[in-house]
Design a protein around this ligand. Structure first.
Ligand SMILES: Cc1ncc(COP(=O)(O)O)c(C=O)c1O
Ligand SMILES: Nc1c(O)cccc1C(=O)C[C@H](N)C(=O)O
Length: 413
């Protein structure tokens, strides 16, 4: 670094630190365990640990399981501590983050399994002459695989049609039964226009399933405002529910009578302990809960969601954009010097909460960054991905991360 570089860099850092003093979310960082010497830019893959989760898990294990044993399924229902209703309580906490009503959300299973449930329900609802499932060519693989698997079960009567995201609108034709789209692309961070695409799909008689894996908890989502039919999302990314946390699904209220729960397990029954021979669905989205709730991981997610209790999601979005803008701006000189290409849209409306670059040695660069304590992601074939989490990142973190990238690219990393 030259003297001028250092002077410039220091003044930039102090300006950013100044910005951080006005951050309305700055206090949230203290609610997370973040290891010393690490800048964690991978909360879009596995959210950091909220401190309250550790305390909650200890309580569930030692008291609820250890002491209360089987009684915990129904004990303390009045204090909202019974395990049986835990999926519903977690659903009620996720609902406001995604613009849903509590009874439109079900929590449990993985995102992949929930995609299967919704695909099955939506295909059954769609007119039989519509045989195309429209998806983004760059969609996350599991979304494609689940559609392929279900189609095989259905005798291959559907065509999974992957098209580039820029061409989706033009493909909303009368052959299409439903769209299966991920709002924010896991590689580029490109955010689709959910409201616009949903409206155009509906105009053409098409149902919509939205994958909110990289949306829920990253910015305000308004499923009912956009008129979405169905949605799924991850509990372990921006919702910080922990590795393998349960996923959620959304079914718009207007579809509750027609969207069949094909994975009709006893925990989705209106009265599981009636032990009836025939499946009678529970009211609302609870019918999509299949088997016994995974109490430990649901408890972790339940506690993690309390972090959002006092968070204004519009403030969170504003900070997310400010962090990603800052990163893009500070990285700009490096893109002129090194073979780095920004693949994340600059337009705010088209950006999630991550920034990605192509680099021919992306994997090696990310390994070196990781050695320096800057944890992002490499995604095949050549993507460097940096996720920003307004709950625990500052603008100063962004500056430090860029210094790390600079060192690695200069070969001094
Ligand atoms: C867009 C998207 N959908 C689905 C998944 C996978 O979900 P799960 O592993 O919970 O089934 C991921 C990430 O793992 C993802 O990024
Ligand atoms: N779910 C993951 C896992 O079990 C192991 C490693 C990574 C993940 C991820 O979540 C990947 C992530 N969906 C992505 O956007 O790339």
């Amino acid at each position: 670094m030259t003297v001028f570089d250092r002077l410039f860099a220091d003044s930039t850092l102090s300006q950013l630190q100044q910005k951080d003093t006005h951050d309305p979310l700055a206090h949230k960082r203290a609610e997370f365990k973040l290891p010393e010497g690490v800048i964690y830019l991978d909360g879009n893959s596995l959210g950091a640990l909220p401190l309250r989760v550790s305390a909650r898990i200890l309580r569930v294990v030692e008291q609820e399981w250890g002491n209360q044993l089987i009684r915990s399924w129904t004990a303390n229902a009045e204090a909202a501590q019974d395990w049986m209703q835990l999926p519903d309580r977690v659903a009620a906490k996720i609902a406001p983050l995604i613009g849903a009503q509590a009874h439109e959300v079900a929590v449990g299973d993985s995102t992949s399994v929930n995609i299967f449930k919704l695909l099955a329900a939506a295909l059954k609802m769609a007119p039989s002459e519509r045989h195309v499932i429209l998806t983004d060519a760059d969609n996350f693989p599991t979304d494609l695989y689940m559609a392929q698997g279900l189609n095989a079960l259905l005798g291959g009567q559907y065509e999974l049609r992957p098209v580039p995201s820029a061409e989706l609108e033009a493909h909303l034709t009368e052959e299409v039964a439903l769209t299966l789209l991920t709002e924010v692309d896991y590689r580029t961070g490109r955010k689709l226009d959910m409201a616009g695409l949903t409206a155009k799909a509906h105009k053409n008689g098409i149902l919509t399933i939205w994958d909110l894996a990289h949306s829920a908890g990253a910015f305000p989502v308004d499923l009912n405002g956009t008129g979405a039919d169905f949605a799924v999302g991850c509990g372990y990314k921006y919702l910080n529910g922990g590795p393998g946390a349960p996923s959620f699904l959304f079914v718009a209220q207007r579809h509750h009578d027609s969207a069949h729960a094909f994975l009709s397990g006893w925990m989705g029954h209106a009265d599981p302990f009636e032990m009836a021979r025939e499946f009678s669905p529970a009211p609302g989205a609870r019918r999509y809960v299949v088997g016994t709730p995974t109490v430990l991981s649901l408890s972790a997610l339940d506690a993690a969601l309390d972090v959002f209790g006092d968070v204004d999601m519009n403030e969170l979005r504003a900070k997310s954009l400010s962090l990603t803008d800052t990163f893009i701006e500070l990285m700009e000189p490096l893109t002129a010097q090194y073979p780095l290409t920004l693949v994340t849209p600059q337009t705010h409306a088209e950006r999630g909460s991550q920034v990605s670059y192509q680099h021919p040695q992306a994997q090696e660069v990310m390994q070196k960054l990781t050695q320096r304590g800057i944890l992002g992601d490499f995604r095949t074939p050549d993507i460097l991905r940096f996720g920003f989490t307004p709950l625990y990142h500052s603008h100063a973190d962004v500056w430090r991360a860029v210094q790390g990238v600079k060192h690695v690219l200069e070969g001094s990393g």
